[in-house]
Design a protein around this ligand. Structure first.
Ligand code: PCA
Length: 212
């Protein structure tokens, strides 16, 4: 049984929903073969979000951390390739923080790569007819910050945990009422996308594990 920590964020930026939160809550109710899933719902607060995740990491020692976040305006499910060492918030977080051009970890490396099988996940989603693409930027807001801090913690502590971030577009429930041209996906597609991402990740873990 592999331990999976799945994180998602509360609504922010004037939205009443966050697609990542809806998806994570659905995944929590599913039974996933070979995995025990813990879901952490995070505040959009640059300090409290990180504290909660680091605490969950220490308490749980997960084999895998999959972080989810909403990226309104994107068309596809985006497994992120890289987290960069910069906080440069375009809008304040829900606690009013709006850092500009600040390193996330003073003297930390410029970037960390995802250790999820992002290419295999993307290909599996496309095969399932769910729009997906590897993204090369998680932005410079809280999602990138969370992604960076988790990768930094894993590196600093020498953990074997695999981790990465997946950005989700808006849900149809968010775009349709606005009556403007905006991309979104159905809840069903997004839940299936995350379920498949978990499946592909767990499979990669077991095929790469040393055999005894
Ligand atoms: N998306 C934001 C932070 C919270 C979320 O769901 C981001 O992309 O940084």
């Amino acid at each position: 049984m592999k331990r999976l920590l799945l994180t998602a964020f509360e609504p922010f930026g004037g939205e009443t929903l966050n697609s990542s939160l809806h998806v994570a809550r659905h995944i929590k109710r599913m039974s996933l073969p070979g995995a025990s899933v813990r879901v952490e719902e995070l505040p959009v607060d640059r300090h409290r979000a990180i504290e909660s995740v680091l605490e969950a990491l220490r308490e749980n020692s997960p084999d895998v951390v999959i972080m989810l976040g909403e990226a309104g305006g994107r068309f596809r499910i985006n497994p992120e390739r890289v987290a960069i060492n910069i906080d440069d918030f375009r809008i304040p977080d829900n606690a009013g923080n709006k850092p500009s051009d600040e390193p996330i970890v003073e003297d930390g490396p410029a970037a960390y790569f995802s250790t999820l099988p992002i290419r295999a996940i993307t290909e599996r989603l496309i095969e399932a007819r769910i729009p997906a693409a590897v993204s090369n930027s998680a932005g410079t807001y809280l999602c990138n910050r969370l992604f960076y801090r988790v990768m930094h913690e894993i590196a600093a502590e020498g953990l074997a945990t695999k981790a990465g971030f997946i950005h989700l577009p808006y849900l149809h429930e968010q775009t349709i009422p606005k009556q403007v041209d905006q991309p979104g996906l159905s809840l069903e597609s997004m839940v299936e996308a995350v379920r498949l991402a978990i499946e592909v990740t767990l499979k990669a873990l077991t095929t790469k594990a040393p055999r005894h």
